[in-house]
Design a binder for this molecule. Structure first.
Ligand SMILES: *Cc1c(COP(=O)(O)O)cnc(C)c1O
Length: 377
């Protein structure tokens, strides 16, 4: 029996041709296609600047660094996320502080953020879980009141909208981080990006991506130097994306809206049936947002492990997103205690992610629906 994975990329002949053409060009590492990809994403999101990185994780690290996160600073984020959202704070010497999630959306709860603010708090990293945008207006207001940075982790949310504006536009934040990992909305294999409307942050991100080096005349500390002159002004990394990956990104971006529509179509089909099953709680979409549905995180009221095993046994590649970050052994050793985010833990106890990806055929969708009905009905 072939099994249906929970997610997979969709690479077509146009994508392959675009990468092949890039490989035949003189640029293998960072060339003109990186800028073209950055511009295409910035235009799509409606934002001034975009800086490509070699992963979403490096993009998060660069964003935290550019926000000035340093030793002992606290950054508030969600426990229901991939570990990278919190790890980026640790890379900078800061301390992630987990604020509990809303039961309904499983997104960080603005009321819980308020409770976690201290004199050490420097930033908030809201994560648009499953592609459903967080309460950005409330989060922006809290950030303004306490002079905090907002860095959106939008690894799940390219193509999503909040109150009519695209995620990535940074209308309510200082920076937004995207990922182009294979399971995300569009892929470059590995890859990521930071978007911002702030020129100073943009310059920081550009330097951090390449060893802290700049050649920009206006930024140099020593003026009127020789033409080969460059300066390393801070400790950066090599976080550059390649030109051939950017070629894939440009080609994939053209299909983003179709990918999101197909995801939404599949979700509508799931909702139609699963809303009537007693054993399943379906994920919600608030009326002020358009979710880009990165995943379909359902909750089951019965024996989750048994249901998980039976679905896997019948070829439905279910998964679980996520184990609350602070329950990971590394975080436990840092002193985070079980029980600090009760909503996150009770969500995790019931969570089960059903297959959802644009390449899913109608037959696959029907087959998932029938098997879920049989197992959870
Ligand atoms: C995928 C993901 C990341 C990290 O992105 P990579 O490109 O895999 O490094 C960060 N945050 C969230 C929520 C993610 O899902």
């Amino acid at each position: 029996m072939t099994s249906i994975p929970y997610a997979t990329q969709w690479i077509d002949d146009d994508d392959i041709a675009a990468v092949a053409a890039a490989l035949k060009s003189p640029y293998l590492t960072q060339g003109p296609l990186v800028e073209e990809f950055e511009k295409a994403v910035a235009d799509y999101c409606g934002v001034k600047y975009a800086v490509a990185m070699n992963s979403g994780t490096s993009a998060l690290h660069a964003a935290c660094h550019s926000a000035g996160i340093t030793k002992d600073d606290e950054v508030i984020t969600s426990p229901i996320t991939f570990v990278a959202s919190a790890n980026a704070v640790l890379y900078c010497g800061g301390r992630p502080v987990f604020a509990d999630v809303q039961e309904e959306t499983v997104n960080i709860d603005p009321g819980e953020i308020k409770k976690k603010i201290s004199s050490k708090t420097k930033a908030i990293i809201p994560v648009h879980f499953a592609g459903h945008p967080c309460d950005l207006e409330e989060i922006r207001d809290i950030a303004r009141e306490h002079k905090l940075f907002v860095i959106e982790d939008a690894a799940h949310a390219l193509g999503a909208e909040y109150k009519g504006s695209k995620i990535g536009s940074c209308k309510y934040s200082d920076m937004t981080v995207l990922s182009f990992h294979a399971v995300k909305h569009i892929t470059t294999g590995e890859g990521g990006m930071v978007t911002t409307n702030d020129k100073r942050l943009y310059q920081e991100l550009m330097m951090f991506r390449t060893h802290g080096i700049t050649r920009e005349a206006s930024l140099l500390e020593k003026k009127d130097e020789d033409p080969w002159y460059y300066e390393m002004q801070e400790l950066g990394y090599n976080y550059r994306l390649t030109d051939f990956q950017s070629a894939l990104g440009v080609s994939q971006l053209k299909k983003l809206d179709n990918f999101v529509s197909r995801r939404r179509e599949i979700v509508a089909q799931y909702h139609k049936t699963f809303s009537y099953l007693d054993g399943i709680i379906v994920p919600v979409e608030k009326s002020v947002v358009k979710s880009s549905w990165h995943i379909y995180p359902a909750r089951v009221s019965g024996d989750r492990r048994g249901i998980f095993d039976r679905l896997r046994g019948k070829g439905v590649g279910v998964n679980v997103h996520y184990i609350p970050v602070y329950l990971q052994p590394y975080y436990q050793k840092l002193g985070y205690k079980k029980g600090i985010c009760p909503n996150a833990e009770s969500y995790y106890a019931q969570a089960i992610t059903l297959p959802l990806f644009p390449k899913m055929s109608d037959k696959d969708v029907e087959s998932v629906i029938n098997i879920v009905k049989e197992v959870c009905g």
